[in-house]
Design a protein around this ligand. Sequence first.
Ligand SMILES: Cc1ncc(COP(=O)(O)O)c(C=O)c1O
Length: 395
Amino acid sequence: MNALTDLKSLTSISEKWLGDHTRAVYPDALQELFPNGMMKAAQNEIASWKGYEPTQLRDLADVASTGGVASVVYKDESTRFGLGSFKALGGAYAVLKYLSDTLTEQLGRAVSIAEIRSGILAKEAAKITVTTATDGNHGRSVAWGAQMAGCRCRIYIHREVSKGREDAMAAFGAEIIRIDGDYDESVRLAAKDAAENNWQVISDTSYDGYLDVPRYVMAGYTVMVREILDEMREPPTHVIIQAGVGGLAAAICASFWAELGEKRPRFIVTESEHADCIIESMRQQKPSHVEVKEETIMAGLSCGEISLIAWEILSRGVSGVATLPDDAVAPAMRIMAAKDIEAGECAVPGIITLLAISKDAKMMEALSLDSNSRVLVFGCEGATDPELYRSIIEG
Ligand SMILES: Cc1ncc(COP(=O)(O)O)c(C=O)c1O
C-alpha cells in the first residue's frame, strides 16, 4: 500500500467554482489595491540582498502519479535566507520599506532601501522602533529586517510560543516580550504599546485603515512567483496553497494573475478546520471571523480572521477552498522527510489536499484537475521549531 494513499481526506471544500471569471485579466480593482509595480519593486530589492538565492522547486513524481495529475512541484522554502520559511521575504522587506518611506518624509528627499541597508543613516534609523505580535515566523523576519535596517525592534509573543522560536528572534537583537495570554492578547498589547510610544506595527494582516504595511509584506512574498516562472518551462495549471490570514495565498494568486493574465493557474486554498476563516468568508461573501477553539498543529495557519486585502483578492480569484484536519499532517511530514525534504507542519497541506481531492472524481472534474495538470504546492517552512519537528518525524 502506498503511504500517500493513506493520507486522510478533506473535511470540506467550498462549492464556489468561479468558472469563466478566473480566466479574466488581473482586474483593475486589484491592480489599484495591490499593483504589479509594487510586487516587482519588492522582487528586485530582495534579489539584491546578501545571501539571496532562489529556493528549490522539487519534483514530486510519486505524489503526481498517486494524485492522477501530470506533475507536482513543491516550492521548498526551508532554506530561505537561513530563516527556514517564506516569511523571511515579507516582514523584513516591510520593515525596510517602512524605514525608507519614513526617512524619505523626515529628510525631505528620496531615501532608498539600499541606502538604509548601507548604514549611512544609522543615527536616524536607530530612533525608529518597529513592533509586532507573532507566533514565530513573521516575528523572525521582522527582527531580521530591523537588524538590517538598524532600527529598534520589540516582539510580543504569547505563552505557547516555544523557547526555540523565542531564541531565534532574540538572536537578531529584538527585545522579546512574552505575555501570559494568547495570540490575540499579544496583538492587542503590541498595538496598545505602539500607539502609546509612537512605534510602528509591522503586521502581516490588514484591516480597514491599515493596508500599507501588510501590502509590503505580501509584495515580498511574490519573489517566489518570479522564481517559479523563471524556472518552470511551462507555468502550473493549478496552485494549491495554504492559508492563515490569507496573505500568502493572496500574494501568490495576485502575482500569477498579474503576470499571466487569463492564462493564470486555477487556485485552491487550503486551511485548518480549526481556523477556517477563509471558507467562512466565502460562505458569508464578506470578510468573516471564526473563533479558534482548538490550536492546530499547523501553528502558522491558526488564524481566526481573514486579512482584508486577502479577501479582496481571494474572493475574486479562487476556485475552491478546502479545510483540513490535523491528522494527516504528521504522516505527510514523515513522507517528505523520507525523501530528504525538510517539511515543517505548515508545509504539507498542499500535498494532502491534492491527494484528498484526487479521491473524488466530481471534485477533480469541477476543478479541471486531470492527467494533464501541472500542480504547484508550497513547502512554506522547514523545521522552524527544530524540537517539535524532530518529535513529529520520530513519531
Ligand atoms: C510557515 C507558514 N506557512 C503559512 C502561513 C500562512 O500565511 P498567511 O497567514 O499569510 O495566510 C504562515 C503564517 O504565519 C506561516 O508561518
